[in-house]
Design a protein around this ligand. Sequence first.
Ligand SMILES: [Cu+2]
Length: 157
Amino acid sequence: MKKIIIFLVLTFLQSSTNAANVIKVDDLAISNAWSRASTGIERPSAIYLSITNNSSSYERLTAAHTHTAKRAELHRHSMDNGVMRMRQVDTVEIPPSSTTMLRPSGFHIMLFNLKSLLRAGDVFPVSLTFGKAGKRIVMVHVAGVGSNKTHKKSTNN
Ligand SMILES: [Cu+2]
């Protein structure tokens, strides 16, 4: 009996800490949504996050909207003859049973015409539109100006 209680407590603790940074609805889990503090309102910013597709079918991110910026576009950085370029993409694919990371030097949600400066510590919502799952709202945490916090994790990817 004691073992069962300990197990239940551990399960509860685990699920409550996960709930803090993972939004799981159906088969889609979105985590670690963050943005860099902006240095000027006229400069674009970007949102980075991880999307895990636990289902057996393809999912795709098709759009993003936030009140923080007039326009949010899906973008991808890629190397072109040794030069880092950025271009708009229609969708970001999340294959079955896998995680797609939006991170510096990769996919990102570009924010144009910020309505206010993003300051470290701020939190703002972004609405993500998926092909199958529909709309999901995620809270984005603003990190410091020089932050590159997914860099370490990205080496595992
Ligand atoms: Cu971009």
